[in-house]
Design a binder for this molecule. Structure first.
Ligand SMILES: [Zn+2]
Length: 274
């Protein structure tokens, strides 16, 4: 897991200075071993014919100089799991956008759609070996929240706007120490969600609700985060409710693209809003 997940490298507690002096122990050990080896080689050359060392002593020396842990040695220490946060938009707080029928009866809430998607995303990531926190909209755990990545799942209005009010939106938090990684998260989510669901990126109508999403300023600035609106509840209702697993797979693949440092095309520039 360590080698394929490069995105977690700067752990919260690690200091950048470690880069330069990261392997003092290994190189010291190597130098010492090399020194002993040269010394012994000299000794053996000088003394071998006289058999000054007993057989058992030579064996012990060989044992000391032979690496005991080869490259194929299985290390049983469990790797620490990488933490990922998923916010089920509006959960624990309000219903978000609401769809009503011609009699004014509620037929669908954004909170329910968000929650269904978020649960599938969580299951997918847990199956991939990640430790996933499923969070409410105003979860107290969001204060100073630390994870490799946090993604909040929302959906857009159930009002009919026009025929172009379909597709998804993504905005990442720029309140981070690492803008490049935040932009990579956006690019990953846009590219993989588009490919998995066939839906189009609605770049032109990303609102302040998204770019100034409350959680962006609550979490630890080391946590890379984004909000995705996976569709419009009116025109995209069918895919959101009948192909929820596919929608969730799109979000999952976007997050995995980021976590596994997969190559991704840059996010297309915003086009004119419909
Ligand atoms: Zn919402």
């Amino acid at each position: 897991m360590e080698s394929t997940n490069q995105e977690h490298a700067p752990k919260p507690d690690s200091k950048p200075a470690r880069k330069a002096g990261g392997k003092p122990r290994a190189s010291n050990a190597f130098t010492t071993t090399l020194g002993v080896a040269i010394l012994l080689a000299t000794l053996f050359t000088a003394w071998t014919p006289t058999s000054i060392f007993s057989n058992s002593f030579q064996k012990q020396l060989l044992l000391i100089l032979t690496p005991q842990a080869g490259p194929n040695t299985v290390i049983n220490t469990p790797q620490p799991q990488l933490r990922v946060g998923i916010v089920a938009g509006h959960s624990g707080n309000d219903s978000g956008a609401v769809c009503t029928d011609e009699n004014g009866q509620d037929t669908l809430t954004e909170a329910d759609v968000n929650s269904n998607i978020a649960n599938f995303v969580k299951d997918n990531l847990v199956a991939e070996g990640y430790q996933v926190d499923l969070l409410n909209e105003f979860d107290t755990r969001l204060n100073g929240y630390r994870a490799v990545v946090l993604v909040s799942i929302h959906n857009d209005s159930c009002e009919y706007v026009n025929d172009q009010a379909t597709g998804f939106k993504v905005a990442s938090s720029l309140d981070t120490h690492d803008i490049n990684r935040a932009q990579r998260l956006t690019a990953c989510l846009v590219d993989r969600y588009e490919k998995t669901t066939g839906m189009t990126f609605h770049a032109g109508s990303i609102t302040a609700d998204m770019t100034q999403y409350h959680a962006f300023s609550e979490i630890d600035p080391e946590t890379i985060t984004a909000i995705i609106e996976t569709g419009f509840l009116y025109l995209d209702r069918e895919i959101l409710t009948t192909q929820t697993e596919r929608v969730a797979q799109g979000v999952t693949q976007g997050i995995l693209c980021f976590l596994k440092n997969e190559s991704v095309a840059p996010t297309p520039l915003p086009t004119t809003a419909p």
